[in-house]
Design a protein around this ligand. Structure first.
Ligand code: SF4
Ligand code: SF4
Length: 134
């Protein structure tokens, strides 16, 4: 694992993964009305007393959305940063409802896949990855 942490990120591979799901990401980035309806159905959002970091739309936009805007040109530090958003702050329960059909859990799951493709994933023994929902 120490080897993987130091390794550079395969930006071409990330871009290829992103390109395969362009349509869904455009829907998220262009059509999200920031109405917060999805937030009301997320138990982590309510459990954290409305902390905006737990809004489903925030979690997707600040992980996958940023990856997409950067066209995958990110470094390992960036993936480590979004790791907390896509694992600790979401359990993929699929309860969040969006009236315009943005599928937030699938976006977060996809961000996880991209992180995993580069050897970035949480160690659930680390306290910071348990604090949110365990
Ligand atoms: S419900 Fe849909 S449109 Fe509204 S903030 Fe959530 S993702 Fe965006
Ligand atoms: S899938 Fe994630 S964002 Fe959606 S309700 Fe569940 S914990 Fe919240």
């Amino acid at each position: 694992m120490a080897e993987q942490t130091k390794a550079s990120v395969e930006t071409g591979k990330i871009k290829a993964m992103l390109d395969r799901r362009k349509g869904k990401m455009k829907l998220l980035l262009s059509h999200c009305a920031h109405c917060s309806i999805c937030a009301e159905s997320c138990f982590l959002y309510t459990a954290h007393h409305g902390d905006p970091q737990y809004m489903p739309s925030y979690k997707a936009i600040f992980s996958l959305g940023r990856l997409y805007k950067k066209r995958g040109r990110v470094d390992r530090g960036f993936l480590e940063e979004i790791k907390g958003i896509v694992w600790r702050n979401c359990v993929l329960c699929r309860r969040c409802y969006c009236p315009i059909g943005i599928d937030i859990p699938s976006m977060i799951a996809f961000a996880r896949s991209i992180c995993r493709s580069q050897g970035v994933y949480p160690d659930f023994e680390e306290p910071e990855h348990r604090e949110s929902w365990l």
